[in-house]
Design a protein around this ligand. Structure first.
Ligand SMILES: [Zn+2]
Length: 285
């Protein structure tokens, strides 16, 4: 019993430590997405506020729902196909057949969950289930953002394989929290997504590439600050990796907007009410 309690506490601590862009990062990404929406989609004037407010619901679900955790990452470099060809089998059924359920679940299901969240959003737009659609859109933005966080895409997610343990939290929570207010997400021109699954995998393959720079910059910052993680460390990490971080956050917000807009188009561009009331009990789920 005691051991179980300790295990739960440890697990809870791990989840708090490894929650993607941190709450502030997710708020920024989700809250900036609707600035790119066309006017008809922006008829509902609560997008920015509600997407931001519910941007971390999926992370909160990890505390109570044991099936939630694996949805937030994919260790893409665990796949030998990826190491050899820079791709893996992407279709869910084909992937499960080829790699096996156990392997896939062990290494995270982020791309398939992003895709199924998108499909859910299309259905809810079609059925005019507005409050559900707003919350699903917030979830979608969260999973898209996780797919833009390089350490959510690798086996070396916490620098534990290269002697840099703790980089996950140093980067996504501590550094992001220090600098988030200085990041302005610029508006982007949106394109209709032709193939959602391909689109999601493509940005993950691309964003995975940044993990090497991040790990390298972590070492540079550590050495520049006399081998400790004080103010100088965070200042140096930001000056080294800040530009890429702004790009990842901007791309993430744009991808969130493109997927929500494409879901709305696929649902036949339904007329959205100006106001949607979200029941408190509907959030987080
Ligand atoms: Zn997450």
């Amino acid at each position: 019993m005691k051991r179980n309690t300790i295990q739960s506490v440890l697990m809870f601590a791990m989840i708090l430590l490894l929650c993607s862009w941190g709450e502030k990062g997710h708020q920024k990404i989700n809250g900036s997405a609707s600035q790119n929406f066309p006017a008809r989609l922006n008829r509902y004037n609560g997008w920015s506020e509600k997407l931001a407010e519910h941007g971390s619901d999926p992370d909160k679900r990890r505390r109570t729902d044991p099936t939630e955790d694996i949805k937030h990452y994919i260790d893409i470099d665990a796949y030998s196909d990826f190491l050899q060809t820079n791709r893996i089998v992407e279709g869910k059924e084909e992937a499960f057949n080829k790699y096996g359920e156990e392997f896939i679940k062990k290494n995270g299901t982020l791309p398939w969950v992003t895709d199924s969240t998108y499909q859910e959003l299309v259905k809810q737009f079609r059925a005019k289930e507005w409050s559900k659609a707003v919350l699903t859109a917030a979830d979608l933005g969260h999973y898209v953002a996780d797919g833009h966080m390089p350490l959510h895409l690798t086996l070396n997610y916490d620098g534990q394989l290269t002697g840099q343990k703790g980089i996950h939290n140093r980067y996504e929570s501590k550094m992001i929290n220090l600098y988030i207010d200085s990041i302005t997400v610029k508006r982007s021109r949106l394109h209709k997504v032709q193939n959602v699954s391909r689109y999601v995998f493509d940005y993950m393959y691309q964003n995975y590439q940044y993990k090497d720079s991040l790990l390298k910059d972590d070492l540079i910052a550590f050495n520049a600050s006399g081998q400790e993680y004080g103010a100088m460390y965070y200042q140096t990490l930001w000056s080294q990796f800040g530009t890429i971080t702004i790009r990842l956050i901007t791309d993430s917000s744009k991808a969130t907007a493109e997927l929500i807009r494409t879901a709305w188009i696929e649902a036949g561009r339904p007329r959205i009410p100006r106001e949607i009331s979200l029941n408190a009990d509907e959030s987080i789920k």
